[in-house]
Design a protein around this ligand. Structure first.
Ligand code: GLA
Length: 713
């Protein structure tokens, strides 16, 4: 029996093992918790697979790049042809090039029959345990290759994988958890909306039965891409599952001429024995490492005021200046002027495309407002939606051909707007010129970059342009960032319609949802935090009743729900009572004092029972724990808060924090000690029996700082 050759990628807690051969794509042997270096078996995969009845004599197990028509009956990593020929590809030569020993390699595969080359980059990051994969297909043949599908990654999942947790919803309800059983068949998700979408986040988490938030082997993957996508989880005949993620391609969208190549978006994938929170921890580290910041480091996330829900389109420079005065007084650090400031934009029916200040609304331009904001010590931000055009705009009247369209088909509007064809150089040149004039003239520190509709009839010169449009949008953002390197960009698409690890390589935060109702936000934010770190999660205190739902919550609850994210305010501060303004100021102060701790380290999400949801931020020795009571108590006494992450050999001090006592007095003696910070409790007790919680009303929050007592102090 031949001892196999392996590629073993290793990180602190994970291993990925491929069985290598010169004549085929590497076989997936393992992806899971870290193996010792010498644990790899001396027998090849085929040595343990007898030929079943009624089967091919050749055995084709799951590889890094399984292909159709040559003995593999599962979903193919590639679907392509040349005018109907070369429909079955088999990659029969394989080179493995290590880029970083034990951590990063490129697998180069060739098929001399169909004249194709595939290069797969794999890297397992030592610190985050995240595997990054992408695939490049090159047409080395003479004739054009039509590509229907190219997987960015093919991942193996163990046989005991039982459920897929995926996330989606609609405008105002993003990231809602959907949990479905995996069965002997295919779980498939496709998004054809041309941007990441509200309804189908391009990623998921797969768990065996019994895996929970804190323990059990969980797998996660997400596609770093802001366009169409497909993900497939398919049962295989050896009981494992394969998970493919990649870009959904429209018919004819990718046709490779000789020498041309198609490179997929990257897939980020991780696994953890620490359950759902372990997967989140890996993703948070990886996403943080991929982001780039002005001056190379994230500054403490400034408290923002966004004008949208405060005044909508009803913009008046004098009123905006008063709002800025009130904002500065409350401790706000960034003032973002939302929609409505540019030519003809009195409602959502007109103006998109005409990116100059409307003189009817701002006779002296935006400079006096921006100056006023700066003089108050705040940064100035501006809303734009560059990829869009209203038919009722000067731009569309002069360039109707600049919208994505299909000749002979009607232009389908959504929110009264069309999508500009960014693949045309004259369109991006126009946008750079108009936006550049604004950025040169005004002290803009951040752009809220919106995208308020899905793509449809997205044709450019007769061909589907979804993919090229996404790449062109990235490029436009990059050009703006390279010319104005201090400008931050917030990605928004009717709230959270464009949140993914791809857009986050070009932007600095996202507007998580247009729904600011704090009760709805708890679920949305928990879905978000499965994949992304809290500091980029735009989270605002809105008005009560909430505009999106009509529900009312106290200011304390609204602020406590926004607190762990990139905190901001989105209401007209001028209408707050003196008491409300003082309370809000207190929350802003609290956020400013806690943000450095909320925005680094890990996030753990948990459920205590009886409608108590909690989240802890920081490190196991120093935690900020937010405890949300979502519904009225149905138990006579509240559950205890079990914190599995603390060190069971240490002692911790518990202190309630908040702008003022939030527990409504001390209903039992121990809670008075939380307020004074005099309670010490053993880590083992916290981890196993839990912290006592006071009774409370529905839609309230308590915040605790739980820090290890240093025995030397
Ligand atoms: C979208 C955004 C909102 C706001 C409006 C402005 O809906 O999500 O926050 O900016 O556009 O038109």
């Amino acid at each position: 029996m031949m001892t196999p050759r392996y590629a073993h990628l290793m990180s602190a807690n994970c291993s990925a093992v491929l069985e290598l051969s010169d004549h085929e794509a590497p076989l997936w042997r393992y992806w899971g918790p870290r193996l010792p270096d010498d644990a790899l078996p001396g027998f090849g995969l085929r040595a343990m697979r007898a030929t079943p009845t009624f089967s091919l004599e050749d055995d084709f197990p799951l590889s890094l790049f399984p292909t159709f028509g040559v003995g593999w009956f599962g979903t193919s990593a590639l679907l392509a042809h040349r005018e109907g020929r070369d429909f079955a590809q088999a990659f029969t030569a394989c080179d493995v090039i290590w880029r970083t020993p034990g951590q990063a390699l490129t697998v180069r595969l060739t098929d001399r029959v169909t004249d194709l080359m595939v290069e797969i980059d794999l890297a397992l990051d030592a610190g985050s345990d995240v595997l990054t994969l992408s695939t490049r297909l090159t047409n080395t043949g003479l004739d054009v290759l039509d590509v229907q599908w190219l997987a960015g990654a093919v991942l193996p999942l163990p046989a005991r994988s039982a459920r897929v947790r995926h996330y989606g919803g609609r405008h105002n309800s993003e990231f809602l958890l959907q949990e479905e059983p995996l069965a002997r068949g295919i779980w498939r998700q496709e998004n054809r909306r041309g941007l990441t979408s509200h309804d189908a986040f391009p990623g998921a988490v797969v768990v065996p039965l019994g895996c929970d938030a804190h323990a059990g082997l969980a797998y996660g993957a997400q596609l770093a891409w802001s366009g169409n996508h497909t993900q497939v989880i398919e049962w295989l005949e050896d009981g494992r599952f394969q998970w493919q993620l990649g870009e959904w391609l429209a018919p004819g969208e990718v046709r490779l001429a000789r020498g041309e190549c198609l490179e997929t978006p990257q897939v980020l994938a991780t696994c953890s024995m620490a359950g759902l929170n372990g997967v989140a921890a890996g993703f948070h580290k990886a996403v943080r490492a991929r982001m780039t910041w002005p001056r190379d480091a994230m500054s403490p996330r400034p408290v923002g005021l966004n004008t949208w829900e405060g005044v909508y389109f009803d913009l008046d420079p004098a009123v905006l200046m008063q709002m800025a005065d009130a904002a500065a007084k409350a401790g706000i650090e960034r003032f973002v002027l939302d929609d409505g400031w540019f030519q003809g934009r009195r409602s959502d029916r007109a103006g998109l495309g005409d990116w100059w200040t409307d003189p009817d609304v701002f006779p002296e331009g935006l400079a006096p407002l921006a100056r006023h904001v700066n003089d108050l010590g705040m940064a100035f931000g501006l809303w734009i939606e560059p990829e869009m055009v209203n038919p009722d705009s000067d731009l569309f009247r002069s360039h109707p051909d600049w919208a994505l369209q299909i000749a002979g088909r009607p232009l389908l509007t959504a929110r009264n707007q069309l999508v500009l064809d960014l693949t045309r150089p004259e369109v991006t040149a126009y946008l750079l010129d108009r936006l550049g004039a604004l950025l040169d003239a005004l002290p803009v520190s951040c752009l809220k970059w919106d995208h308020n509709r899905a793509l449809t009839t997205a044709g450019s010169r007769g061909h589907a342009a979804y993919r090229r449009q996404t790449l062109a949008a990235y490029d436009l953002m990059d050009q703006i960032r390279s010319r104005w390197p201090d400008v931050e960009i917030e990605a928004c698409a009717g709230g959270g319609g464009r949140i993914d690890a791809g857009i986050l390589q070009h932007t600095h935060r996202v507007w998580t949802s247009d729904c600011i109702d704090a009760v709805s936000r708890v679920a949305i934010q928990r879905g978000f935090l499965q994949f992304f770190p809290p500091e980029i999660m735009g989270a605002h205190v809105g008005a009560s009743p909430a505009h999106s739902t009509g529900r009312s919550q106290s200011l304390d609850f609204r602020a406590a729900v926004a607190l762990p994210g990139h905190f901001g305010v989105e209401l007209d501060l001028r209408h707050l009572t003196t008491g409300e303004a003082a309370d809000l100021t207190g929350w802003i102060e609290l956020y400013r004092s806690l943000r450095d701790r909320l925005h680094q380290g890990q996030v753990w999400l948990g459920e205590a029972g009886d409608s108590i949801l909690w989240q802890a931020h920081g490190h196991k020795d120093d935690l900020l724990v937010l405890v949300y009571r979502m519904a009225p108590m149905t138990w006579k006494w509240p559950p205890t808060l079990i914190l599995p992450m603390v060190d069971p050999d240490q002692t911790y001090r518990v202190e309630e924090v908040g702008p003022r006592p939030l527990s409504g007095g001390a209903p039992a003696p121990v809670f008075a000690d939380y307020r004074s910070g005099s309670l010490e409790i053993h880590g083992a007790w916290l981890a196993r029996q839990g912290l006592p919680l006071p009774p409370g009303k529905a839609e309230t929050c308590l915040i605790y700082q739980i820090s290890r007592v240093d025995p030397g102090v």
